[in-house]
Design a protein around this ligand. Structure first.
Ligand code: MG
Ligand code: MG
Length: 632
């Protein structure tokens, strides 16, 4: 298929949009009339601008309120179209996109509409042009693609074809079956958009909340399957009206758009088992068996305090890097890496962000294939010089410029700890029963969330949960999880829309997005908490009221409530499944650890999040801006 994106998707002036579109690797663009009208230059100059960017214009749109008008207005509508054709001639564009009439004056009637389209096609053909007809979900008489196709079919003119827009079709839940029998050469353009499931009128939903395929909840894959059944291999273009996108970085949004189409078509190919023109073959989404390590970039001073914390949490120092100022701390299957190098990636990350998680190592089946897929998806690979005998671990840039490393066991990467680290001892007197990384929680401004949702969802074999609202004392958070089917990898994305939430404070303290907390799993949280207390690790205090409410809400036995209360454990239950959580204090006002016990529980204790956030806010207020309360 021939991929394109509409200028309306992006922020900025027309020249900025075109540059972003070209840089993202697109060769085709849909020109929105408003982008032309607001540009300070003639259509001929726009044509040069587009050509200079290495792009071609696939359509000029939209042409509104055309078909089915009363006789008195019919000729005027046709003359209006002629003026659009003049502009298109100057633009070097040969497809006019007509969206169905919303005017109260329009009369409807299938034959009348078909006649109008035929007349328009006749005029277009005289100028070597074509017209495509799209059913708006809120069109007055035509609001179903099946009716638009019937009108096009009856118009029976080679210059008149159909435009299918996934939003208008999927938003109404129209049956997709009829797409399969449309002759592919009669489909002049397919516009792709996804959207979150929202209960609102079609017009507002479409104009403000569309997003890229894979970012929303609509069945875009089912739409693609129906389209593929026609053998369609023509123009596939993104048409996204989204307030965030129009306020965001044009370059980032254009790359996200291209990534979403590559992923959409790659998924289609995987399902159909047939090649799909327009995307190269690439390895499948990366199966991730868990987190191999989490790397912190610290300066020497911060490392002293952090190592005390790790020891309190029951970690043992097991390894010293052969050539770098890097140590490995272990407990259960958890590896924490502390990097205090004075040059290289971790150092520059520390300079920029302060004490922070600079990298996450993922356990994958095939690290080389993972990097290959990442590059095909336009993700940014990362390399830095390695010492003699050391391994070059495949990596891509992730959130906030941090790294995601891929580790497999089919290559030497599986022996990285033996190859690059000398065994050492030290750290904890005794472990506290932490067994694995449960989840990683990343904070970002809300505007970034769709980008990272797409990044993870296209690269890794993960599914996303529905977006949830979480109340922070400073405002609203949006929270969404990407996780692998077996729970081996769970990443919680938290986006803040308010500048006063703790997530926002993290973002400003850390100069950008990043890991705000890491949840570690134990098989017996009460035993773990007792050992943490013995190690002198203070935990986040939970208010009394929480336990009174919990007892009433869930009808828990008194002795269980007393135990939870005694240990500051947050609790959730879904059916027979239970979840127990405690939190450490926040380190340097940056990040904290959570320790959880899952008893067949699959969620994240969302009901407890506001309690935790309020407790953290209270603690921060007591201690001033910086807590650092974990350090004995
Ligand atoms: Mg459309
Ligand atoms: Mg959590």
């Amino acid at each position: 298929m021939k991929l394109a994106i509409a200028t309306v998707c992006l922020s900025g002036a027309l020249d900025e949009k075109l540059e972003a579109i070209a840089r993202a690797g697109f060769e085709r663009v849909e020109l929105f009339e408003n982008d032309l009208l607001s540009f300070n230059g003639s259509p001929a100059e726009v044509r040069r601008l587009i050509a200079d960017a290495g792009l071609s214009t696939i359509t000029f749109q939209p042409f509104r309120d055309f078909e089915g008008m009363p006789d008195a207005e019919r000729e005027r509508a046709l003359n209006r179209a002629e003026r659009k054709f003049d502009v298109m001639e100057a633009l070097d564009c040969d497809l006019l996109m007509v969206c169905s009439n919303v005017s109260p004056a329009s009369l409807g009637g299938m034959d009348r509409i078909a006649d109008d389209l035929r007349a328009l096609g006749e005029r277009a053909a005289r100028r070597g042009m074509q017209v495509g007809f799209e059913a708006l979900a809120w069109g007055r008489h035509i609001n179903d693609y099946r009716d638009a196709w019937e009108a096009v079919r009856r118009a029976d003119h080679p210059a008149v074809g159909l435009v299918l827009d996934s939003f208008h079709i999927l938003a109404r839940g129209t049956d997709l079956g009829a797409i399969r029998s449309i002759p592919r050469e009669r489909i002049f353009l397919v516009q792709m958009a996804d959207a979150p499931r929202l209960d609102m009128d079609y017009l507002s939903w479409s104009r403000h909340f569309r997003n890229f395929p894979g970012q929303g909840d609509l069945p875009v894959d089912a739409f693609m399957d129906a389209l593929a059944a026609t053998g369609f291999d023509g123009l596939l273009s993104l048409e996204i009206f989204n307030d965030q996108f129009r306020g965001g970085s044009a370059r980032q949004v254009a790359i996200d758009g291209h990534r979403s189409l590559i992923h959409l078509l790659d998924s289609l190919r995987k399902r159909s088992g047939k090649p799909v023109a327009g995307v190269p073959a690439m390895p499948p989404r990366v199966r991730c068996d868990g987190v191999e390590f989490i790397e912190f970039a610290l300066d020497d001073q911060a490392a002293i305090g952090f190592e005390k914390l790790l020891a309190g949490l029951g970690f043992q120092r097991r390894g010293q890097h052969v050539s770098k100022s890097v140590t490995r701390w272990c407990q259960g299957t958890i590896n924490v890496v502390i990097n205090t190098e004075k040059e290289g990636f971790a150092h520059s990350y520390n300079i920029t962000h302060g004490s922070a998680v600079c990298a996450i190592g993922l356990k994958v089946d095939d690290a080389t294939a993972a990097l290959d897929r990442a590059q095909q998806l336009l993700d940014t690979p990362f390399r830095q010089a390695v010492g003699p005998g050391e391994l070059e671990i495949p990596a891509v840039r992730g959130l906030g410029g941090s790294l995601i490393y891929f580790i497999d066991s089919r290559s030497d990467l599986g022996r990285v700890w033996d190859i690059e680290f000398r065994p050492t001892t030290g750290g904890a007197a005794s472990e506290v029963g932490l067994v694995r990384v449960d989840h990683i929680s990343q904070s970002m401004v809300y505007d970034e969330m769709l980008s990272w949702l797409l990044f993870y969802g296209s690269l890794l074999d993960v599914e996303k949960t529905v977006e949830q609202d979480v109340l922070d004392p400073g405002g609203l958070l949006k929270s969404q999880v990407v996780q692998s089917a077996d729970g081996g990898l769970r990443i919680v994305l938290n986006g803040s829309q308010s500048s006063r939430t703790q997530t926002s404070r993290f973002l400003s303290e850390a100069f950008g997005s990043g890991v705000q907390h890491i949840a570690l799993a134990t098989d017996d949280l009460i035993a773990t908490v007792q050992r943490l207390r013995a190690n002198g690790v203070p935990l986040l205090a939970v208010p009394e009221n929480y336990y009174d409410d919990l007892a009433a809400k869930l009808g828990l036995p008194d002795d269980l409530v007393a135990t939870l209360r005694a240990h500051d454990i947050l609790y959730d239950r879904e059916g027979d499944a239970e979840y127990l959580q405690v939190y450490t204090h926040t380190v340097d006002d940056r990040f904290f650890f959570e320790i959880v016990e899952r008893r067949n529980y699959r969620g994240y204790g969302a009901a407890n999040a506001p309690i935790r956030l309020a407790a953290q806010a209270r603690l921060a207020a007591q201690h001033g801006a910086s807590v650092g309360g974990l350090l004995p």
